[in-house]
Design a protein around this ligand. Structure first.
Ligand code: IMP
Ligand code: MG
Length: 183
């Protein structure tokens, strides 16, 4: 693993090595396996991957969870460059027919929480039975919403990071470790 990487005009330094990320995912997956042990083939959980950032996290979870589930995806976005814009765009809409279903939202990172709050509202409007949030990362210094984050793998300070699915203007998603902006 490299100590530093450059993407576009910015340099990032190593922050969380892959082994540490994977260990945190093992723990969250263990909790999910306990909490969703009552899911059945007739009533599978909908694992809703939020594109594009959560693709790797969702894939790692899928390797570790053993309850019946259906994999779906949607895409809301609020970020441009290294800043949240606060304006939520729906780029890929929520799946249809969610009434009465149990949904587990899989998110890469919760920053201001604007995205996750919008997502929860959309799901409630779809009359789901239960919607929980599972996020790889949260920035607790920034997150002030009262939407409950049911499963959090890791907490980080208010810094801009890339890697393990997260991007800086679309670059860096395919880096195995997490890097932080070096400023
Ligand atoms: P929020 O709506 O402010 O909570 O922002 C959440 C979304 O912004 C995440 O799903 C990411 O796509 C993106 N995001 C937030 N923080 C970072 C970061 O540090 N690096 C890369 N993307 C981020
Ligand atoms: Mg995202």
């Amino acid at each position: 693993m490299e100590n530093k990487v450059t993407l576009h005009d910015k340099t990032f330094k190593l922050f969380i090595p892959n082994e540490k990320i994977e260990k945190a995912i093992d723990e969250v997956a263990g909790r999910l396996n306990r909490d969703y042990a009552d899911a059945t083939d007739e009533n599978p959980v909908i694992l809703l991957c939020t594109l594009n950032g959560a693709i790797i996290f969702a894939a790692e979870l899928l390797k570790r969870v053993n309850f019946p589930l259906e994999l779906k995806a949607c895409k809301l976005s609020s970020y441009s460059g290294t800043q949240s814009t606060g304006v939520i765009k729906t780029e890929v809409p929520l799946p249809a027919h969610l009434e009465g279903r149990r949904v587990l939202i899989v998110e890469d990172i919760v920053d201001t929480g604007n995205t996750i709050a919008a997502m929860k509202q959309l799901l409630e409007a779809s009359q789901v039975k239960d919607a929980r949030i599972c996020t790889l990362l949260v920035k607790p210094e920034v997150y002030k919403k009262d939407v409950k984050l049911d499963y959090v793998a890791m907490e980080i300070p208010n810094r801009f990071i890339v890697g393990f699915g997260l991007d800086y203007d679309e670059l860096g998603r395919n880096i195995k470790d997490i890097y932080v902006l070096d400023d």
